[in-house]
Ligand binder design. Structure first.
Ligand code: AMP
Length: 398
């Protein structure tokens, strides 16, 4: 038996779950949300109890400090020595990692060298890793890479149409992200497809970062994020795919440097940039209800980009057996699920139980009706259990 902490440090959140392994019993779980805001939210659940507070969480190190304080204060553990291993979600493994790895100095250096490929994420992961390392210097630490699941893509799905020497020399290609989540969702989704010989799944991980993945026979064949998590569909603060000329044109118009514009594409675009309201879909939805025209446009743009990718992957897979909605928005915002289904229904013959959908937040369910040509399910993602499994496997080897 061992206690394993799974850490998922995202761009604006830090999720954690402490497991008793190998039983996969959750001892506590929680999330620090709205990192970077004065009104951050720190929530923790343990032994049937929960606590939530609004506090300033200005960076990831502060989120880790709040977590450690809560573990001891709530009596979840007596001392930090009880934790045997910590697994960290890492978005970008680049060319170096096609599976989870022990966190050695070499692993740390490679993750650091990959920051340009995942500017919002790898940096946050390292902040999380270093904060834990300080408190738990001797535990097994494991890096679990989001890019690993996407390594099965064929070249025509991951090569960009740029001079091939750049692809080779600079490893400039599509890597994708959220692989741990998409792998989990595809495995969980199989229960809805009994007797289907070659399951074709379109999994929609829609959170503040968002990606869509086409999965056939349990392997990724295509994914929406690109070289970095900036690509694909529109996100909380990220543009998603753009005509590459937009960068050049806007730099000329504004006099900003490429680097400045790149930061704007990463941090000031997406829901936030178009709406001018917020990067949080809850705030945008509220503004839509109040009749804010830019929020209404944001909403429509967001839904259409997702629908476009579902259509693309329907073709790529030669049809689809299951569409999965997951992550912050996919799990908790029924209005977005409904709008996406409305957008794809005329072409794909998808039908969901509207009442059931409207009532569901964060709970697994089959949403489609028996008439639907493709099944649709809400499946809460669990990247943490996947991280805990890989981390525990390394702990056993030590
Ligand atoms: P994630 O990155 O998966 O943690 O998702 C974060 C995003 O999910 C937030 O920015 C919100 O837009 C959305 N979200 C989280 N909780 C809710 C909720 N209860 N209702 C609607 N949207 C939510």
């Amino acid at each position: 038996m061992a206690k394993v902490m799974a850490v998922n440090a995202g761009s604006s959140s830090l999720k954690f779950k402490l497991y008793e392994m190998p039983e996969e019993k959750v001892l506590c779980s929680g999330i620090a949300e709205r990192i970077g805001h004065e009104d951050g939210i720190f929530g923790i659940k343990w032994a049937g109890q929960q606590d939530k507070k609004v506090v300033p969480i200005l960076d990831h190190a502060e989120a880790v400090r709040l977590l450690v304080e809560a573990l001891i204060e709530k009596g979840i553990i007596k001392s930090m020595d009880e934790i045997s291993a910590v697994g960290h979600r890492i978005v970008q493994g680049g060319k170096y990692f096609s599976k989870s790895e022990l966190f050695t100095k070499d692993t740390e250096d490679k993750i650091e060298s990959l920051i340009p490929l995942a500017p919002l994420h790898n940096k946050a992961h390292l902040v999380g890793f270093r904060a834990f390392k300080k408190i738990l210097p001797d535990v097994t630490s494991v890096a679990v890479f989001d890019t690993a699941f996407h390594q099965t893509m064929e070249p025509e799905d991951y090569v960009f149409p740029i001079p091939y020497e750049y692809t080779e020399k600079y490893d400039c290609r599509r890597y994708g992200a959220h692989g741990t989540s998409h792998k989990y969702l595809s495995e969980m989704g199989l229960k809805y497809l009994p007797g289907v010989e070659h399951p074709r799944i379109i999994s929609c991980h829609i959170g503040s970062g968002a990606s869509i993945t086409a999965i056939k026979d349990g392997a990724c064949v295509a994914t929406s994020m690109g070289l970095t998590p900036l690509g694909g569909i529109m996100m909380g603060t990220r543009t998603g795919d753009l005509d590459p000329s937009v960068m050049n044109y806007l730099c000329k118009c504004t006099g900003k440097s490429v680097e400045e514009m790149y930061q704007i594409f990463n941090k000031e675009s997406g829901l936030l940039g178009v709406s001018g309201v917020s990067n949080d879909s809850r705030d945008v939805s509220q503004a839509v209800k109040e009749g804010n025209p830019r929020a209404i446009l944001t909403d429509k743009l967001f839904v259409r980009r997702i629908a476009d990718f579902i259509g693309q992957y329907f073709v790529r897979l030669g049809g689809a057996d299951l569409i999965i909605f997951s992550a912050g928005i996919g799990e908790n915002a029924p209005e977005y699920r409904q709008k996406i289904i409305d957008e794809i229904a005329p072409a794909l013959g998808v039908e969901i139980d509207e009442e059931l959908n409207a009532s569901l937040r964060g709970k697994e369910a089959l949403l489609s009706t028996p008439n639907s040509k493709i099944k649709v399910a809400l499946i809460p993602t669990d990247e943490e259990v996947m991280i805990a499994r890989d981390t525990y496997a390394y702990y056993l080897k030590k």
